[in-house]
Design a protein around this ligand. Sequence first.
Ligand SMILES: C[S@@+](CC[C@H](N)C(=O)[O-])C[C@H]1O[C@@H](n2cnc3c(N)ncnc32)[C@H](O)[C@@H]1O
Length: 340
Amino acid sequence: MHNPASGEGTQVLIDTFGRVATDLRVSLTDRCNLRCTYCMPEEGLQWLGKPDLLTDDEIVRLVRIAVTDLGITEVRFTGGEPLLRPGLVGIVEQCAQLAPRPRMSLTTNGIGLKRTAAALKSAGLDRVNVSLDTLRPDVFKTLTRRDRHRDVIEGLEAARDAGLTPVKVNTVLMPGLNADEAPDLLAWAVENAYELRFIEQMPLDAQHGWKRDGMITAGDILESLRTRFTLTDEGDGERGSAPAERWLVDGGPHRVGVIASVTRPFCGACDRTRLTADGQVRTCLFAREESDLRAALRSGVDDEEIARLWKVAMWGKKAGSGLDDPSFLQPDRPMSAIGG
Ligand SMILES: C[S@@+](CC[C@H](N)C(=O)[O-])C[C@H]1O[C@@H](n2cnc3c(N)ncnc32)[C@H](O)[C@@H]1O
């Protein structure tokens, strides 16, 4: 196999295990207007300063290099909360002009989507994932430490009305809080034509409070859903490199997904590369190393050199997240700062 450190070779982000990254996650900010207990502390997180953040132009340049020189076909904007980034619509608009045009999506808590969904759709956004863990406003307030449940519901409706398709809902279940809501959430998602995906809680909280034996597993979720629905496994053939295993609900066409990042990791089929809001390439959510593209950008190097550095970074991608390794260490940055 060639070594990308030499800058030669094919125009793709391949790692030493032969996996090729085609899906780029771009964090636009580390800030958020919620404080979900499994992600951020109530206060005390150090925010990136404005000079540390990539500018809108720098983000568009890196996405352009990824798409035109490195084979990226899917771009997902995330954060922190990407709707807090003032230049979001403009960034999407510029990325939609790239050739080949990437498919673009947004992972958001939905607050403010009511105002921006139509503009994002016109700018070229294809689809959206809105995070919502509960149908109960009081539980939402406990879980997110903010009283914004109505805003999220309205944001979801606006996304659907704007024609962002599909509208997916990301849900994390926690014991004693919302674990009993799985069937209600699925009934609600079916009724509203949202595609629900449960995500196992991962050790990415800023407080480092995650405990494996305290988490709700994919097995628990499926058992709970089956008390009310008939689920038919779509099988691995349908899953490809998608992290969610999907089930047809009551014979279909509606589906539900479960992302078993902890109990059934999908690292062998991973097709992702990540860019933090301060311009660091991460090869995995759980990576402990980052590669600094911001410094390279600001030192004035050309696109070819940026592409070479990105390829070198991906060459260092590990076989797996290491969650099951006794020596596993949680990354220094929490999910909100990496980009979920
Ligand atoms: C970090 S958020 C960033 C984007 C946006 N603010 C949002 O709420 O979707 C992305 C996703 O990560 C999920 N998330 C955050 N911390 C997590 C954890 N410890 N385990 C599993 N999922 C987590 C959130 O529920 C959300 O669906």
